[in-house]
Design a protein around this ligand. Sequence first.
Ligand code: PEP
Ligand code: MN
Length: 338
Amino acid sequence: MIVEMAKGASKEQINHVVERAHSFGFEVQLNLGTEKTVVAILGSDTGKASTDAFAVLPGVEHVARIMKPYKLASREFHPQSTIVNVNGVEIGGQRVIIMAGPCAVESEKQLTETAKAVKGCGAAIVRGGAFKPRTSPFSFQGLEKSALKMLDKVRTEFGIPVITEVVDIQNIDAIAKHADILQVGARNMQNFALLKELSKLRHPILLKRGFSATVTEWLTAADYLLAEGNQQVILGERGIRTFEDSIRFSMDISSISVIKRFSHLPIIVDPSHAAGHFAYVPSIAKAAVAAGADGLLIEVHPNPEEAKVDGLQSLNIPNFEKLMAELKPIAKAIGRYI
Ligand code: PEP
Ligand code: MN
């Protein structure tokens, strides 16, 4: 941490900063410039002290961190890229993992039909919401526990892992029993109580980016999941809210390279929730694979017109099949496969 003193700060004020640093157990290095003094606060755990603890002291002009606020999710801490193993399906390896299925599980028929079709097209994982975090309490909330049973049946029948969202602590155990990946949705990215409980599991967790969260906040939230030793964390970019209103969310393609640079965790991209309309899904999906995403999470419905949730952004099966065919040469061009 770097503490910049104001021009003309007194010797006493500088000493006060030094004493405060020592009280935390940190070392200091003083740079007595002709105009300004800069105090470098050194130590392996300076991240534990807030910058405010120094900013509040008299004579201090500015405090800046050199270290990132996240640690466990950082590449500095863990240089090698993490590969998450979901019952033999590796996320973060050479294969680009396609997860596909309905936004919400609506019936056994709808889920089975979709699972069969997406598996046939090369999807490695089936998605399906059982508990839905809806903006309005009057919207369809999901089939909840009965949907979990349907997902469980699909994974056994088709031999394919399933992913579903966890919205609260009380359903963690039931979801962990019936699903292979637990998804934390954008609205819960900073639900720290939920993240702390999930950190106790050893199940893979997909942490979606909050739509107003910076990459730094997202990775710091991932630290909550890693804190109790769960190493099976996947990041999910799903678009952020910007001033642009012609599309549901703006897909931040650049976050893929930023994550790859600063974190060891795999990253997948959800083009459907960014798009909000099926017409935009294929181009966003292709851009994400080209940019180095480790996988995609795509909403597919056998009959989008009848969908209870997110029908407009869901691909029908022929469109999903077409997209899969288009994605393959893109993956190949960057030395990967689907
Ligand atoms: C979802 O995947 O069904 C979902 C609700 O996504 P998000 O949390 O990204 O909005
Ligand atoms: Mn959805």
